[in-house]
Ligand binder design. Sequence first.
Ligand SMILES: NC(=O)c1ccc[n+]([C@@H]2O[C@H](COP(=O)([O-])OP(=O)(O)OC[C@H]3O[C@@H](n4cnc5c(N)ncnc54)[C@H](OP(=O)(O)O)[C@@H]3O)[C@@H](O)[C@H]2O)c1
Length: 315
Amino acid sequence: MAQSIHKPATQRYALVTGGNKGIGFEICRQLASEGVTVLLTARSEKRGIEAQERLKEYGLSDNIVFHQLDVLEPSSVAAVVEFVQTKFGRLDILVNNAGVFGIKLEGDVSILQEVIERDASVLYEAAGGTSEEVEFKSSGTITQTFEDGEHCVRTNYYGPKRITEALIHLLQLSDSPRIVNVSSTMGNLKILSNEWAKGVLSDEESLTEDKVDEVVQEFLNSFKEGTLESKQWPTRLSSYKVSKAALNGYTRCVAKKYPSFFINSVCPGFARTDITCNLGPLSAEEAAESPVRLALLPDGGPSGLFFYRKEVFYY
Ligand SMILES: NC(=O)c1ccc[n+]([C@@H]2O[C@H](COP(=O)([O-])OP(=O)(O)OC[C@H]3O[C@@H](n4cnc5c(N)ncnc54)[C@H](OP(=O)(O)O)[C@@H]3O)[C@@H](O)[C@H]2O)c1
């Protein structure tokens, strides 16, 4: 069926996960504005169709198609793969954007900004310690049960992995395949306090998908048995940090496996969306610019790298 569909070679097809709001919605809007046909996906059919309607107000209705996709549900993934195959016959751009923090935030939400900014400052050596080591001004609290943490890892790490594996054969039909994994500076290895995990994930030569899985599994085992602190895993936003560090590791492995693809991960910057309780210096529109730039990379561009917005970042 796919082979019978003729499309001009210049027409590009993209799939964006979590496209109904925030940065994902903006990625859809900006790609469609560039003439890409975008499959906006969302786990909620209602929220996805509402987003598609909002994009019509920008005059982009011809370039936006909607399909339901919950990255946690294998049957939902299978249905979207079938849809892409039938409707487009191939895929040129995959943006794994959907993500969650997997935390419970109570009281003053500015605690989240304090934690994020403190951890990020460690990367630039501007502060004396990670968020585990300091007192905060905000009276708000952040908690995470094992179930929340596991859900976060399943969404942010296993989700992109499942979607990538399911769509790889359709990306292989593209002349110029691109995968963009929306990650976070919170996944930077400097923030990941567990030395063994850092060692595994930073060993570029010997890193494999199985080793990334092993790190994630060790973390989840430790979370379940209540030994995060004693085993030196992060204890604040822990699942988010580990899931994004694993996503960066996975990005490098897949980039190595598919050398003709352009596959990168990117932190879009700290932006005002629902996940951040609308805190942060950037708008969703500004944050979407860097994933969109990587999705539209010209041939010969980089692969297997982690970016902070437009700059190549270290792991
Ligand atoms: N905002 C920031 O400062 C920031 C910084 C660094 C990285 N990021 C990353 O950027 C990405 C987008 O976040 P955002 O800021 O735009 O947050 P957001 O507004 O909360 O959007 C998150 C999106 O992910 C979707 N999602 C969650 N679980 C899903 C699932 N199981 N299946 C499909 N979709 C699912 C949500 O759908 P529902 O509407 O159904 O919940 C929503 O569309 C995330 O990966 C996040 O980690 C954000």
